[in-house]
Design a protein around this ligand. Sequence first.
Ligand code: C2E
Ligand code: MG
Ligand code: MG
Ligand code: MG
Length: 279
Amino acid sequence: KAKQTGINQDVVFTDYMIKVLRERSQMLSSLQQDFQKNRLFMVYQPQLNLSTNTVIGAEALVRWQDASGHMVSPDVFIELAEQSGFIINLGEWILRKTFSDCKPLLDKYPDFRIGVNVSALQFLQSDFVNTVTKALKEQNIQGHNVNLEITESIGVLEFDDLTVRLKQLKELGISISIDDFGTGFSNLSYLENLHIDRLKIDKIFVSKLETQSGRSIIEMIINLGKNLKMNVLAEGVETERQQSLLLDMGCVESQGFLHSHPISLKQLEIWLHNRIAST
Ligand code: C2E
Ligand code: MG
Ligand code: MG
Ligand code: MG
């Protein structure tokens, strides 16, 4: 009897797995189709420095509205793209699309920095720096207008490769942020030896700012940034209360719904215009 139940469970499990796999592969093929049809687009979320009261730039975030009109979360489809290798194509498109979107903005605001998320697999490609260089040239954009957001998972790279790659990007004037810092369980020694410009505090910690543990982690990250001379930016700032606590703790760079949701390029231009008019 027990054995039979076990077999039945196996069958149920397998059916379930097949269903999940089928759904994933269907989702991947509709993603690829919509990509071909040019149905993906970028939105932009402002990043501020509250001590100088200036706009640092904006983070580019990809969006996919599928054929039925449903917005699919990038947490879902980026992961799918990473697992299938499609992120290599998608990531290159994101770079070029973001640069071509932002070119007119950069002509108007020459200090503006566009933050582009780069997945570890993309960063691992031996021609990654080439791809970035080509995309910059295509739009005649300077490296100092670009910040790449990478996650702690780049720690899987051979240290020498990582050093070379980061040095080449640096030479182009590009700055580097570590995204979702504190969630990756990585060996922190890379921070000491590589030139990282900014740590982005993951929004999970910001949302727990009122708890002792959330607060301690943020304090630790701010101290680490201070001691290693890196900027620290808090993401996911939603309330005035969170913002004032962060400022009290010495974190002056900020991004989140409190300041602006991710918005279209057109809206970003208006947002920047209004902000400058009002200061
Ligand atoms: P991320 O890079 O850490 O981006 C921050 C996420 O937090 C974004 O979600 C953003 O919309 C959201 N967010 C911003 N402010 C707030 C806030 O105040 N409260 C809350 N609750 N959320 C806020 P999004 O756009 O859904 O992206 C999710 C993740 O997907 C990103 O996390 C990133 O890992 C990935 N992703 C998005 N766009 C790209 C892309 O162009 N390339 C790559 N490689 N990954 C991307
Ligand atoms: Mg990011
Ligand atoms: Mg993040
Ligand atoms: Mg994230």
